[in-house]
Design a protein around this ligand. Structure first.
Ligand SMILES: NC(=O)c1ccc[n+]([C@@H]2O[C@H](COP(=O)([O-])OP(=O)(O)OC[C@H]3O[C@@H](n4cnc5c(N)ncnc54)[C@H](OP(=O)(O)O)[C@@H]3O)[C@@H](O)[C@H]2O)c1
Length: 222
C-alpha cells in the first residue's frame, strides 16, 4: 500500500451495522483513518468506542453520516436497501467530487433468497443516478458475508467483484479491498453491478441449502 493511500480517510455510512463495522475495523488496522457514520452521531460514537475496545486503541471515530462523509476522501455506503435512497439524500452535497463505494444489495424481505431487481436495475446504478456524474460510484463487497468480518483478524476466503465506470476510482477501490485481506477483481462497468448484487440472494439461498453462514465467491482462472 502506498503512503498516499494509507493517508486516506474512509467514512463508512451505516458503519454501526454488521457489514460496515467489520470493514471499518479492517481498514483501521491497516492504517487508514476511519470514521463510522450513523443517522445519530451519539450512536456512531458509542459503536466506535466499542470497536476501539475490540481493536485495543483509538482507531475509529463516530459521527453523523453527513459529517463523516464531509471529512472523508472515500465514502462507503453500508445500509439496507430500504434506507439507500434516504441515506444518499442526506449526504449528496458531502460526497460531491468523491468516490462512493456502494455495497447495498436490493434484497426484498422476506424473500431474501430470490433475486429482486429494483426499478433502477441495481442499487449502485440508482445511487449513481441520484448523486449525478460528479460522484464516482463503485460497487463492491455485496457478496461478502458479515459473518466473516466481525473478527478483523479472520482471513476471509473470497473475492470481491468491483464494478465502476471510472477506471481510476475502480483501481482505488481495488486497493482498499485488498487492504481487507480479500482479492479485488475488476468486474467491469457499473452496469455489471446488476449481476453482482443478484449473486447475494443466490449466496443466501446456498447458506440455507447447505446449512452454512457465510458462502462466498471465488473467481478461478485468473
Ligand atoms: N450483513 C451481511 O452479511 C451483508 C453481506 C453483503 C452485503 N450486505 C449489504 O450491506 C448493507 C448493510 O448490511 P448490514 O447487514 O450491515 O445492515 P444493518 O446492520 O441492518 O444496517 C446497517 C446500518 O444501516 C442503518 N440503517 C438501518 N435501517 C435503516 C433505516 N431504515 N434508515 C436509515 N438507516 C438505517 C443503521 O445505522 P444507524 O441506525 O446507525 O443510522 C444500521 O446500523 C445492506 O445493503 C446489505 O444488503 C450485507
Amino acid at each position: 500500500m502506498s503512503d498516499q493511500h494509507t493517508l486516506l480517510t474512509i467514512a463508512v455510512l451505516g458503519g454501526t451495522g454488521k457489514e460496515g463495522s467489520g470493514l471499518a475495523m479492517r481498514w483501521a488496522l491497516k492504517g487508514y483513518r476511519v470514521i463510522i457514520g450513523s443517522r445519530e452521531a451519539s450512536k456512531a460514537e458509542s459503536r466506535a468506542a466499542e470497536m476501539n475496545t475490540q481493536l485495543g486503541g483509538e482507531f475509529i471515530k463516530g459521527m453523523s453520516n453527513p459529517d463523516a462523509a464531509a471529512q472523508a476522501d472515500l465514502v462507503v455506503l453500508s445500509v439496507p436497501y430500504s434506507a439507500h435512497k434516504a441515506t444518499l439524500e442526506t449526504v449528496k452535497e458531502q460526497v460531491s467530487g468523491k468516490v462512493l463505494v456502494d455495497l447495498t444489495v436490493p434484497l426484498q424481505p422476506p424473500k431474501v433468497r430470490t433475486v429482486h431487481l429494483p426499478e433502477g436495475k441495481s442499487a449502485a446504478l440508482e445511487g449513481q443516478a441520484l448523486l449525478g456524474s460528479t460522484v464516482k460510484v463503485v460497487a463492491a463487497f455485496q457478496n461478502v458475508s458479515a459473518e466473516h468480518l466481525g473478527d478483523p483478524h479472520h482471513v476471509v476466503d473470497c473475492d470481491v467483484l468491483v464494478c465502476g465506470d471510472d477506471a481510476e476510482a475502480k483501481q482505488a477501490v481495488i486497493q482498499v479491498v485488498e487492504a481487507t485481506g480479500m482479492r479485488g477483481v475488476d468486474a467491469g462497468p457499473l452496469a455489471n453491478a446488476v449481476a453482482v448484487e443478484s449473486l447475494t440472494p443466490v449466496l443466501l439461498y446456498i447458506n440455507k441449502a447447505y446449512n452454512v453462514k457465510g458462502a462466498g465467491i471465488r473467481i478461478t482462472g485468473i
